[in-house]
Design a protein around this ligand. Structure first.
Ligand code: NAD
Length: 487
């Protein structure tokens, strides 16, 4: 029996304000739709203006005490969160597959890996060190201390609904900040489950609040509030820029994890076929709806045909279907907007002379399924090569020289991740120094671990999540100079 026949099995959707789970109770609601079937099976309550103000007031009140808690106390709660994530991962994962679509094994991996993220923040928050600056006089002591910035507003996306919310919550709370978080309305179960975990781990009321609504209305209201001192957003560059403008007008700190169009550089000295097969499997993840997905493939002339054969061999044979079915390798796209976007990118590439080697259209029947698609020789100025695809459509083109491919890889305003395949240390050094990206990974996929910083440059955002950088965006620097006597 699944959630469509047994709604009890799905997360009880709610707002979470001041330590209480708040049901619809006459509030506006929206449908939650299973992307594999197109069937609406749950209702999500929207926050009213009063709810948003209550969440802000609760976060403000809670900050007055949470900011002074010992890091040991915050660390202990984050450790309990990690334990509860491990315990509840199977149920949370199943609900993510129902409302987001990714295969169950991927959903489970997303949730389980978050236990590590919680633990990393539990460890690092005990090391939010300041420093002592040597004074010019013996009677003086000069210190730099780092303090929580205040109440934060976070806006998290639907592609990794648990991971993205957990990372922002753990960073804000670990630093001593409090938080109002708007999760993804399309795929809401994971964020409600996360709120229950923090609640059960003993987080005091008001430290974390979860709200839902019309995204622009909620973000506009929260960012305009003088209570909010910092915003954190993961999503598209276009929305990120509009939120950044709102925050900038009030000099509010921001962390922005935005879109990308990550270049893949495959040199002729690489292990070409294994690289192609590895990349095809990597691209399959979450049906390509990953901000750092490999997405513009540049393959050296001498390796091009071998690469395309091996890549298409894996990609065209993927088993696409409902994420709950054990044999499924790639699920549906999260909503119909993505299917329409794929169709229009492929149509533009075709019109500009590119060849569609496999796939190319939505799959017949219910649900938001799009065929794994490989497009050869899309021109560099086609939409597929310039707009973030965020789906299972892969453009592959040739290059002749290192200088040429670097210029083409760096030509877009994006700068999130980049991938290099080569067996030459000299090439690896040369291109990793010159790629304009926040992350470069060579001969594998080495990104998004708890201990490594994740973030982009240029239009792909500002600030990092994870790594020892994870609290930087949530802290302010205060300089204190004390003298043992009045001069
Ligand atoms: P979208 O731009 O409409 O929405 C992206 C996300 O931002 C969603 O979670 C949405 O709820 C939220 N959002 C939209 N407007 C908002 C606002 N005014 N205030 C606060 N939040 C807002 O696009 P979409 O069709 O849902 O997703 C596709 C695009 O989103 C992709 O092209 C990709 O660039 C981007 N995206 C990026 C990531 C990432 O990890 N960087 C994640 C999800 C989506």
């Amino acid at each position: 029996m699944d959630a469509q026949t047994n709604p009890e099995a799905y997360e009880q959707l709610a707002l979470y304000i001041d330590g209480e789970f708040v049901a619809a109770d006459g509030r506006r609601e929206q449908d939650v739709v299973n992307p594999a079937t197109g069937v609406a099976f749950a209702r999500l309550p929207h926050a009213s203006r009063q709810d948003l103000d209550r969440a802000l007031a609760a976060a403000d009140r809670a900050f007055q005490s949470w900011r002074h808690t010992s890091p040991m106390e915050r660390s202990a709660i984050l450790r309990r969160v990690a334990g509860l994530i491990r315990e509840r991962a199977p149920a949370i994962a199943r609900n993510i597959t129902l409302d987001q679509g990714k295969p169950l094994a991927e959903a489970l991996q997303e949730v389980s890996s978050c236990a590590e993220h919680a633990e990393w923040h539990a460890e690092e928050c005990r090391r939010i060190y300041g420093r002592v600056i040597p004074p010019r006089s013996e009677s003086v002591r000069q210190m730099v201390i780092r303090q929580p910035i205040g109440v934060c507003a976070a806006f998290t996306p639907w592609n990794f609904p648990f991971n993205q919310a957990l990372r922002k919550a753990a960073a804000a709370l670990g630093a001593g900040c409090t938080l109002v978080l708007k999760g993804p309305e399309d795929s809401p179960s994971a964020v409600v489950a996360l709120a229950r975990i923090f609640h059960d781990a003993g987080l005091p009321p008001g430290c974390l609040n979860v709200v839902w609504g019309v995204p622009a209305e909620v973000s506009g209201h929260l960012i305009a509030s003088p209570i909010v001192r910092k915003i954190s957003f993961t999503g598209s560059t276009a929305v990120g820029k509009s939120l950044a403008a709102l925050a900038g007008a009030q000099m509010k700190r921001m962390t922005m994890e935005l879109g990308g169009h990550s270049p893949v550089l495959v040199f002729d000295d690489a292990d070409v076929e294994p690289a192609a097969r590895f990349l095809a499997r990597t691209k399959t993840r979450n049906a390509g709806q990953v901000c750092m997905a490999p997405s513009r493939f540049f393959v050296h002339d001498k390796a091009y045909d071998r690469f395309l054969d091996a890549f298409t061999g894996v990609y065209a044979g993927l088993r696409v279907g409902d994420g709950l079915a054990p044999q499924t390798q790639m699920g549906p796209l999260a909503h119909d907007r993505r299917v329409e976007a794929m169709q229009s990118l492929v149509a533009d590439a075709r019109a500009r002379g590119a060849a569609v080697l496999c796939g190319g259209d939505r799959l017949a029947g219910a649900g938001n399924f799009f065929a794994p698609t490989v497009v050869a020789n899309a021109p560099d100025d086609s939409r597929l090569m310039t707009e973030e695809p965020f789906g299972p459509v892969v453009p592959v083109t040739r290059f002749g020289s290192t200088d040429e491919v670097l210029a083409r890889a760096n030509a877009l305003p994006y700068g999130l991740a980049s991938y290099v395949f080569t067996n030459s240390l000299a090439t690896a050094h040369h291109v990793s120094n010159r790629l304009e990206a926040g992350m470069v990974t060579i001969n594998h996929f080495g990104l998004a671990l708890a201990e490594t910083p994740l973030g982009g440059v240029k239009d792909s955002g500002m600030g990092s999540e994870g790594g020892t950088e994870t609290f930087d965006g949530y802290l302010v620097t205060k300089f204190v100079s004390e003298s043992s006597r009045v001069p």
